[in-house]
Design a protein around this ligand. Structure first.
Ligand SMILES: *Cc1c(COP(=O)(O)O)cnc(C)c1O
Length: 401
């Protein structure tokens, strides 16, 4: 865990270690809290706010030759630029070869990578236990003549289906099963076969895991979850280190028009300032909740990558710096799971995860995920740990009857 630096919280004298240009970038080796609070901020300008407000513009004044940076609002927006710098500083600190693009949602970002990189006749490898919209993506890719193979996240099983692949899509930890695969090992094997590698980094957040440093070509994520953490916006991003590949992702964003509104982009940037506080608090409480659940006889299949005896812990500890806020487990029956969710007072029965307010749901209600009827995905929020633990344990007790 990183130490937060309290000595440099802003103020008119601004940050440390500037780079040239108009970005006030904090040193890549600064602590995560320091980088989060300053991520993407512009150079201080007298009488201007620290984080400039959202720029609402469909078009920009553009006399003469139509040159950038800002021409039309579907191509670029100054509020996105600052957010893209912020995400890039967290996903790829100190790398000048990385480029970041923000999108309207995680699925917009996911689709942008898959549909811009793959052509008819290509082979794409997806996880079979990943985000629930991936089967829909698969069906769409197949209508374009792209061959899709799947394998589980666990045991690096995607290795076995890589031959001839053009693109490998990894999701680790996987959602909702929380299996983990070895990004470095899979990326090396994929690169040896000439395939590009994308990692869905939604669950870990860039403070939990940095896929580009582990060999991936793209880090892709839903910013809807813990990155922004308040359950009030949808957002997505792609960070990539191959200029040509990123140019086609950018072109895809332009033709699909899957762009975030300036208000969402600004809210996201504002929320990133507290990312380190949230992930540390939520992760610490998630581990405590997982440990408390382990002691309960009615709980089976408990998973949290931060638990030392979790099947995923060994690889997770190698490649992750924080283990996330999602805990999954199974109660004996669907009815018991529903009673448990009903009995919770501090945990909302809702989908999604990563927010400051704890949520939980019976995942099987959606269909699609291969999970038992009593399977619960619990997203641990920023409540006081004692209050949350008491609520969860009380709900387990009262739902027993
Ligand atoms: C939520 C989620 C997505 C999709 O993100 P949206 O912002 O809902 O479009 C993709 N991958 C994972 C792992 C997710 O949890």
């Amino acid at each position: 865990m990183s130490e937060s630096a309290t000595g440099d919280q802003g103020g008119s004298t601004g940050g440390t270690a500037r780079t040239s240009g108009d970005a006030a970038q904090v040193a890549a080796d600064a602590g995560d809290g320091t980088r989060a609070v300053r991520a993407g901020l512009p150079e201080p300008v007298k009488h201007e706010p620290t984080l400039p407000g959202p720029v609402f513009a469909a078009h920009f004044h553009l006399p003469g030759d139509p040159t950038g940076p800002y021409t039309y609002g579907r191509d670029e927006n100054p509020t996105w630029t600052l957010l893209e710098r912020a995400v890039g500083e967290l996903e790829a600190p100190g790398r000048d070869d990385a480029e970041t693009l923000v999108f309207a949602s995680g699925m917009a970002a996911t689709s942008a990578v898959l549909f811009s990189q793959l052509r008819a006749g290509d082979v794409c490898v997806l996880p079979d236990d990943g985000y629930q919209a991936l089967p829909l993506v698969r069906a769409q890719l197949e209508t374009y003549g792209i061959e899709v193979r799947t394998a589980p996240t666990r045991g690096d099983a995607q290795l076995d289906v890589l031959d001839g692949a053009k693109l490998l899509w990894i999701e680790t930890p996987s959602n909702p099963g929380l299996d983990v695969c070895d990004i470095r090992r899979l990326a090396d094997a994929a690169h040896a076969r000439g395939a590009l590698v994308a990692v869905d980094n939604t669950l870990a957040t860039p403070l939990g895991q940095r896929p580009l440093e582990l060999g991936a070509d793209f880090a892709v994520a839903s910013g809807t979850k813990q990155l922004t953490g308040h359950g009030d916006i949808l957002l997505g991003y792609v960070v990539g280190r191959d200029a040509e590949a990123m140019a086609s992702v950018r072109r895809w964003r332009k033709i699909a028009g899957a762009i975030p509104g300036p208000m969402e982009a600004w809210l996201a940037h504002r929320s990133i300032a507290t990312l380190q506080l949230r992930v540390d608090r939520q992760g610490t409480t998630a581990l405590a909740v997982a440990e408390a659940l382990r002691a309960r006889p009615e709980v089976t299949g408990l998973r949290y990558p931060g638990l030392p005896d979790d099947p995923a812990h060994k690889i997770a500890a190698q490649q992750m710096r924080r283990f996330g806020c999602v805990v999954s487990f199974t109660l004996p029956t669907r009815e018991r799971a529903d009673r448990f969710l009903d009995a919770l007072r501090l945990v909302d029965d809702a989908t999604s995860f990563g927010g400051v307010r704890s949520t939980a749901e019976r995942r099987g209600r959606w269909g699609g995920d291969a999970v038992p009827e009593g399977f619960i995905r619990l997203s641990v929020g920023a409540e006081d740990p004692e209050d949350l633990m008491a609520d969860v344990l009380r709900a387990l007790d009262t739902s027993a009857a």
